[in-house]
Design a protein around this ligand. Structure first.
Ligand code: C5P
Length: 247
């Protein structure tokens, strides 16, 4: 295998496609089109609530990619624990929990590793802006950056496999939590992306996110809304591979 192929294989393992589609038919069609370029498919609330666990089987039946179940769990620790128990039966690699309810809820993640389920804590939603923090009860002067770093530290201490954060916090979280703590970055917008202004404010390119230390990136609309989604995914793979190339 040439170096380039090795890098492209590594790049594929780092690319998560967000299956933000309304139903199973659309999901299957995306998986069939993209599975050779994408290492993991992310199933979120819209699709999972509509189709239930059957949609996970549909992804598995049509690809060898991993599954990221992005349910952003948020409840008392006992309930989150039971939800994680149920999720572990679905052979998914990643699942998300919110990190804003403190240590006990995050500690439910600890024992999931042995079952092959990596629990990722959401640091701060990318839709939240800094000026909203005081109204939510946070101290004046607290930055989103610091809040994300504090929550990542809590998630690490509690035994989570990693966090989801914006590209702006990757380097700080990697430096603070170490190389084995996974950092997953959404809000990816390649320079060439045809996606216009949307709800993502703290955005980075695939290359920037990887260079700052992201283990995986989540991409939805820049692939889904492209004229040729497969070509867009392959272009992102090239960009990731280039950033992985040793200097
Ligand atoms: O279409 P786009 O590339 O913006 O998709 C981003 C995906 O990442 C969506 O599924 C969204 O729910 C998810 N996400 C995010 N910001 C977070 C956590 C998850 O955009 N903080």
């Amino acid at each position: 295998m040439t170096i380039e192929n090795t890098l492209l294989k590594e790049a594929k393992n780092r690319l998560i496609f967000a299956l933000d589609v309304p139903g199973r038919k659309e999901a299957e069609s995306c998986v069939k089109q993209l599975w050779k370029s994408v290492g993991c498919f992310k199933v979120g609330l819209e699709l999972f609530i509509k189709e239930g666990p059957d949609v996970l089987k549909a992804v598995r039946d049509n690809s060898s990619a991993d599954i990221f179940l992005d349910l952003k769990l948020h409840d008392i620790p006992a309930t989150v624990q039971k939800a994680l128990d149920s999720a572990s039966a679905h052979e998914v690699r990643f699942i998300t929990v919110h990190s804003c309810e403190g240590q006990a809820m995050l500690e439910t993640a600890g024992e999931m590793h042995s079952r092959g389920l990596n629990v990722l804590a959401i640091t701060v939603l990318t839709s939240l802006s800094e000026k909203e923090l005081p109204a939510l009860g946070f101290r004046e002067g607290l930055t989103l950056h610091q809040l994300a770093l504090d929550r990542a530290a809590l998630a690490k201490e509690a035994g989570c496999a990693g966090v989801v954060c914006s590209g702006n916090e990757v380097a700080g979280i990697k430096a603070q939590c170490g190389p084995d703590f996974k950092v997953v970055v959404p809000g990816i917008r390649p320079d060439w992306s045809e996606v216009g202004k949307d709800d993502q404010s703290r955005i980075t390119t695939p290359g920037q996110a990887i260079e700052r230390g992201a283990d995986l990136i989540v991409v939805g609309r820049p692939i889904r809304n492209a004229k040729d989604p497969k070509q867009a995914a392959d272009r992102i793979l090239q960009e990731i591979a280039q950033s992985l190339q040793p200097a």
